[in-house]
Design a protein around this ligand. Structure first.
Ligand SMILES: *Cc1c(COP(=O)(O)O)cnc(C)c1O
Length: 389
């Protein structure tokens, strides 16, 4: 990990009111900021991006965490949002117009695709390419394509993209690139340094890290972030509350220590699964043959979220296996201290999953901080309880 990142995570985000040397930043829990004169109010309203007028725009506690996120991603500016989806919504609403086309590359977070489907009624079209091959991506571009939306590693199967090649392609065609960097966190991957224009995060996951907040962020150039502020953030109203910004700030302080532990625990668990007779395949960027080389080149570390395919395709076996786990709690989301398990299979969508390049017996693990030995024992007893593959 970059020592500069450790400093940024521990720092107080440059908040100016550090009264009496308080080690934690103040929570400025206010909806509005009274102005000394009416003319100053008018000037503030004219450029809300640069003035504290109303917390739907600017708030000092939120600004402190935005400075930290911008610094971690090596971006000029960051905008926080009430959730990762609020951040993604702002990017799509802010950057796309009627007649535009958007191309998703890789498996991406499901609700982002659902949002793109809604945008069809506003005259914005989209496609998705699952191949990581830049030529296949180039073939899916249209004259009206404006945005390449990337996720690497991708949702559920954690396949890697060749990000520098895709950035070159986007630049040649004059397209903006957006990348969801939730999985890696800025500690393990900094897409802006590879030429990506905007990074989106669900801070609900590792950045918050304790399963106690919902938040999102977009990081990029000052110009693009200002454009998103006026064209989407202020109008869509997905504002992060000062208290949740403060929790996020607290989460960031331990991010480097947590990520090192998630990385090591998950790799140990994934290696155990890779040679288990009841497992067909493991989808972890460092262990999957298609992804290993790109992961070694583009990631400086791996997080705790990966998946594997049970050797049995039987849905009852999948349910029984998940239900037998004791230390992996059953639930959505990920990135907290506790281990979680889920599957994209709901008993009826097997064919749809196959068509989307995902095996129906896929089990996704979010490996927490309990320690690999305990988790491996737990998986072993769950396998033992579900009979032959
Ligand atoms: C959870 C998640 C999101 C959405 O974030 P919310 O905070 O739940 O709105 C976006 N991208 C990825 C990869 C996610 O896992």
């Amino acid at each position: 990990m970059d020592p500069q990142d450790l400093q940024i995570c521990l720092g107080h985000g440059g908040i100016e009111d550090n009264a009496d040397g308080a080690m934690a930043p103040p929570i400025v829990q206010t909806s509005l900021f009274a102005q000394p004169t009416f003319r100053q109010l008018l000037a503030g309203l004219d450029r809300e991006h640069a003035h504290r007028v109303y917390t739907r725009g600017r708030n000092p506690t939120v600004e402190a965490v935005e400075r930290k996120l911008a610094a971690l991603e090596r971006g000029e500016a960051a905008q926080c949002f009430a959730s990762g989806m609020a951040a993604i919504s702002a990017v799509l609403f802010g950057l796309l117009r009627q007649g535009d086309h958007l191309l998703f590359v890789n498996h991406v977070y499901g609700p982002a695709l659902e949002l793109a489907q809604r945008l069809e009624s506003f005259g914005v079209d989209h496609d998705q390419v699952l191949s990581a091959d830049p030529e296949t991506v180039a073939a899916a571009l249209r004259p009206e394509t404006r945005l390449l939306y990337l996720e690497s590693p991708g949702t559920m199967a954690f396949h890697m993209l060749d990000v520098p090649s895709l950035v070159d392609l986007a630049r040649e065609r004059g397209l903006l690139t957006v990348m969801d960097n939730t999985w890696s966190t800025p500690l393990f991957q900094k897409p802006l340094t590879r030429g990506v224009d905007l990074v989106v995060h669900s801070c609900t996951k590792y950045l918050g890290g304790h399963s106690d907040l919902v938040a999102g962020a977009v990081v990029g150039s000052a110009g693009l972030i200002e454009r998103l502020f006026y064209d989407a953030f202020l109008l869509l109203g997905g504002t992060l509350s000062p208290f949740d910004a403060w929790l996020l700030h607290r989460g960031l302080r331990t991010l480097p220590a947590r990520m090192a532990q998630h990385r090591d625990n998950a790799l140990a668990v994934a290696r155990f699964l890779q040679v288990h007779p009841k497992v067909r395949r493991v989808f972890h960027p460092l262990l999957h043959p298609d992804d290993r080389a790109l992961a070694a080149d583009q990631l400086s570390g791996t997080s705790g979220l990966f998946s594997f395919e049970l050797a049995s395709d039987d849905f009852d076996t999948l349910c029984a296996f998940i239900d037998r786990l004791r230390f992996f709690r059953i639930g959505v989301s990920w990135g907290g201290a506790e281990s979680l398990v889920i599957s994209p299979h709901n008993g009826t969508n097997g064919e749809a999953l196959r068509a989307a390049g995902l095996p129906p017996s896929l089990v996704r693990l979010s490996v927490g901080l309990e320690g690999a030995a305990l988790l491996i024992d737990d998986l072993e007893q769950a396998f033992a309880g579900v009979g032959a593959p």
